[in-house]
Design a binder for this molecule. Structure first.
Ligand code: THU
Length: 135
């Protein structure tokens, strides 16, 4: 499914704003994400790091968990904003988490330079493991 240009712009703007709340004192890499759910609502998140580094959470997962905590389980699109020259794609762990609620989601990556990258979750995680693989 492709997104209307206005919706795409709104989602990217929300991801960029969400990056302002990033807690990234260790990596200094401040990321924001925004999830569009089927109801049309936008749910945002940022990366939240921890002194025990491995417990850090990416912006994308924060945004997905926020959507689910808000009662929304159908993800249509995810935007991620990174303070980089080139767009950044979600990490493997976040791809798996997005797959749970949006196996066909559109993934929009935006960055400081204005360059954009658009793909889909099923392109990023072909043959994904999901609930249907469980006995
Ligand atoms: N990070 C994200 O939040 N999303 C990504 O797509 C890539 C990485 C975060 C995790 C960590 O807080 C920091 O960026 C450096 O890896």
């Amino acid at each position: 499914m492709s997104l209307a240009p206005a919706q795409r712009r709104r989602l990217i703007a929300a991801a960029r704003r969400a990056a302002q709340a990033a807690y990234a004192p260790y990596s200094k890499f401040r990321v924001g994400a925004a999830v569009l759910t089927r109801s049309g609502k936008i749910h945002t998140g940022c990366n939240v790091e921890n002194a025990s580094y491995g417990l850090s959470n990416c912006a994308e997962r924060t945004a997905v968990f926020t959507a689910v905590a808000g009662g929304e389980r159908k993800i249509v699109a995810v935007a991620v904003y990174t303070p980089t020259r080139k767009p950044t794609l979600p990490c493997g762990a976040c791809r798996q988490v997005i797959n749970e609620f949006g196996p066909k989601a559109v993934i929009l990556c935006a960055c400081r330079s204005g360059e954009r990258l658009e793909t889909t979750l099923d392109q990023l995680l072909p043959g994904a493991f999901g609930r249907r693989n469980l006995p």
